[in-house]
Design a protein around this ligand. Structure first.
Ligand code: PMP
Length: 338
């Protein structure tokens, strides 16, 4: 019989899928690593389990303990699945910018969810960084995950996601393009791929309102780069330890509107129902197309599922209210959303 002993054993070995329509004017082969196929519907399952296993191994996490994390939802989902199987309690501290579905989903898998305001300084006691740290100090037998600075995050991608992409492309990958939040995905995958072939180009996709691109180019942390933005999952107002700037060749920034529009295009044109950072990643890839030749193999990673954005990027009213929806008039005079 062929079966997994529990749901955690189904993590990884996600498919690599050729993109056809969105890439019509690109000669290179463009492939998407679709991480929605993980049981928690995102790439984050991989690092959640790795962070827990490493904390168990060195005693930071004790039997029956409480796991605490400031998470935008996907890491929380991965941690929740692992907590259920391994017998831990989970508290997720989340910012109010995140979609309601993300919060409801976390509660569905048994997590306690604490919601904090988005537009306060990271050092403000109400911020989700501060609240998660305080809860970790106050709760007995608690372990604070800290995915931003926890090295197991990038190591999970060095051990799993990187080797999978290398093997699936039979070593032919030439470019890896991915949205950057904690930096775990780009740094782990990028390190593995560069060790295999230093000529592989690693590009990060950043958002307007985030510090990464400017910091990579100048070495200066510029506070003027920080302002509120809508894109979910990528960009930061801090420099997480998990971002290894030395393996990144460059960043490209994608606007909130483009990220939202391209999230919808991936679903409509490729039949792949993925989240907002995948829209940013694909638009980022298109912005970089002058770097590709016809023999290149470009891999773009899709972090999570579109189901978490049904009330946002996939909702016409939400899009229209933000001026993100272009409306065209057909010959018959009907209005159609694009
Ligand atoms: N996209 C989504 C939807 C995410 O949840 C995250 C994690 N914040 C990212 C992209 C960025 O991945 P990483 O943290 O590994 O840089």
């Amino acid at each position: 019989m062929k079966y997994a002993k529990n749901i955690l054993e189904t993590i990884g070995n996600t498919p690599l899928v050729q993109l056809n329509k969105l890439t019509e004017d690109i000669d290179a082969l463009v492939l998407a690593k679709v991480e929605t196929f993980n049981p928690g519907n995102s790439v984050k399952d991989r690092m959640a389990v790795k962070m827990i296993e490493d904390a168990e191994a060195d005693g930071r996490l004790q039997p029956g303990g409480t796991i605490i994390e400031g998470t935008s939802g996907n890491t929380g989902m991965g941690l929740a699945l692992a907590a259920i199987i391994k017998g831990y309690k989970l508290i997720c501290v989340i910012s109010d910018k995140q979609s309601k579905e993300k919060i409801d989903i976390l509660r569905a898998v048994g997590a306690e969810v604490v919601v904090c305001p988005t537009n306060v300084e990271p050092t403000d006691p109400r911020s989700y960084y501060s609240v998660s740290k305080r809860l970790a100090e106050e709760t007995p037998n608690a372990w604070y995950v800290n995915q931003y600075d926890n090295p197991s995050n990038a190591i999970a991608h060095y051990e799993q996601t990187g080797p999978e992409i290398w093997e699936q492309t039979e070593g032919k990958i030439t470019h890896f393009i991915v949205g950057v939040g904690t930096g775990g995905t780009i740094s782990g995958v990028g390190k593995y791929l560069k060790e295999k072939n230093p000529d592989i180009k690693i590009w990060g996709v950043d958002t307007y309102g985030s510090v990464f691109k400017k910091y990579h180019e100048t070495g200066v942390f510029d506070e003027n780069e920080v302002y509120p933005y809508i894109t979910e999952g990528i960009g930061e107002d801090i420099l997480p330890k998990n971002v290894d700037f030395s393996i990144i060749d460059g960043f490209t920034k994608v606007t909130d509107k483009d990220a939202a529009v391209y999230t919808r295009k991936i679903a409509k044109e490729e039949g792949i129902f993925v989240g907002n950072s995948a829209g940013a990643a694909i638009k980022g890839m298109l912005q970089l197309k002058q770097h590709f030749t016809k023999d290149d193999v470009v891999v773009v990673l899709f972090h999570d599922s579109g189901s978490r954005y049904v009330a946002k990027m996939f909702n016409d009213d939400w899009m229209r209210e933000r001026g993100f929806l272009e409306v065209a008039v057909t010959k018959a005079g009907d209005l159609i959303a694009q």
